[in-house]
Design a protein around this ligand. Structure first.
Ligand code: MG
Ligand code: MG
Length: 246
């Protein structure tokens, strides 16, 4: 779907709130902090900005962010998990402003982290930006996944298949999906006004996953580390515009 200038202005506001949540949550991540405390920081930003949460009560999800440590890929529920030196933590955040959605995620190290963890985080973020570069009018959507996959696999890592990015607007998850790999077809042609959440999930080992009994937490099948970066981006006449940055 193509969004009007007025709609894009609202999505820009929602994206800015998400970026503020990123900044505020990053600032409190350190050994000894619980993931529930990080969720409270995010809830405070939403309240202060008069924004609504698109995560809370999403199919019953009980928090305003997802917190996924180490071998948890995505969708972790904030709770009494205490961050430890050497952990990595993926934080996925969203906001609704004037009916329009923003959605973005990052992964960060807790204190000193291993070389492979640091490299995983760097490569995953770089793969996201490689994907974003493909969001140009006239290009085909699945070039995004091809670019993400190329960066991740060149580093010796794998890209998760079962969870993907998505179009976004008046709902968080709209069609079409945005795979983080080449799915074998070029996908729709990109047009100005389209808005997508691109969100590579990159694993040190296998891309296979399983889910914990809580029905949410998605884990790497081999117990190795996973990282996740995401932005909400519009296709514009001037190239990709990332909404979820300050
Ligand atoms: Mg997200
Ligand atoms: Mg998303």
């Amino acid at each position: 779907m193509r969004r009007s200038a007025d709609e894009l202005a609202k999505m820009r506001k929602a994206g800015r709130v998400v970026a503020e949540i990123h900044e505020a949550t990053r600032a409190v991540i350190r050994p000894g902090v619980t993931t529930a405390e990080i969720n409270e920081v995010a809830a405070d930003v939403l309240a202060n900005r008069g924004a609504r949460s698109n995560f809370l009560n999403y199919h019953g999800f009980p928090a305003v962010i997802c917190t996924s440590p180490n071998d948890m890929i995505v969708h972790g529920i904030p709770g009494d998990y205490v961050l430890r030196e050497g952990d990595i933590l993926s934080v996925d955040c969203g906001a609704i402003v004037e009916g329009y959605h923003g959605d973005a995620a990052y992964t960060v190290g807790v204190g000193e982290i291993s070389d492979v963890a640091r490299r995983l985080i760097e490569v995953t973020e770089r793969s996201l930006w490689a994907g974003i570069d493909q969001l140009v009018a006239g290009n085909r959507l699945h070039e995004v996944g091809r670019a993400v996959q190329k960066v991740a696999e060149a580093a010796g890592f794998s890209v998760v298949r079962e969870y993907v990015g998505h179009a976004i607007g008046t709902a968080m998850h709209e069609s079409p999906q945005v795979p983080n790999y080449w799915p074998g077809t070029p996908g729709p042609t990109l047009k100005t006004g389209m808005v997508f959440a691109v969100e590579p999930m990159v694993n040190v080992g296998t891309f296979d996953t399983y889910m914990l009994d809580d029905g949410w937490s998605v884990m790497t099948a081999d117990g190795k580390l996973s990282a996740h970066f995401e932005h909400t981006i519009a296709v514009t006449d001037n190239g990709p515009e990332v909404f979820t940055v300050l």
